[in-house]
Ligand binder design. Sequence first.
Ligand SMILES: [Zn+2]
Length: 181
Amino acid sequence: MSLPFTYILKTHPRAKHMSIRISRTGVVSVTKPKKISIDLAEAFIVKKKDWIIEKLAYVKTLPQPVPKMTRAEYVQLKERAYEIVEKRVKHFNQFYNFSYKNISIKNQKTRWGSCSSQKNLNFNCKIALLDEELVDYIVVHELCHLGQMNHSSKFWSLVAQTIPEYKKHHVALRKKGLGLS
Ligand SMILES: [Zn+2]
């Protein structure tokens, strides 16, 4: 029987049962115990095919890991991010009037932005790939930490003064796989 997906079949000496793993990128790996024949393993996969197809459709809807950037791409992205962020920080700080030291762009793995207790604002270089309204929310979020170094209701009301729809943007950013601090 032909299946609408390919899979990797592995034998594990200590496996007690058949198991199927589907990675975030859609790779199907099946592990069988030593005592189970390949024929039996294949019959098992056929039996589970609807479940696998369903899972594959699901992982397709997840944010996919970004392929590694080359050095040149990173430098270019970093420059663009800095240009965008600096402009927006200045724009929103006409309203807030906080004092800050430096704006830096980093290749952070887990965060869109952060604000240090030394009043430095850090942003992820991938901010350059986001929609303007999301960039504005990240900028305002970090800027407001200069006034409130926490996520208290006071902090959120500061954010809401310029980004009333901040909740929607916060959720959208989480869906893209990175958080804010
Ligand atoms: Zn925060």
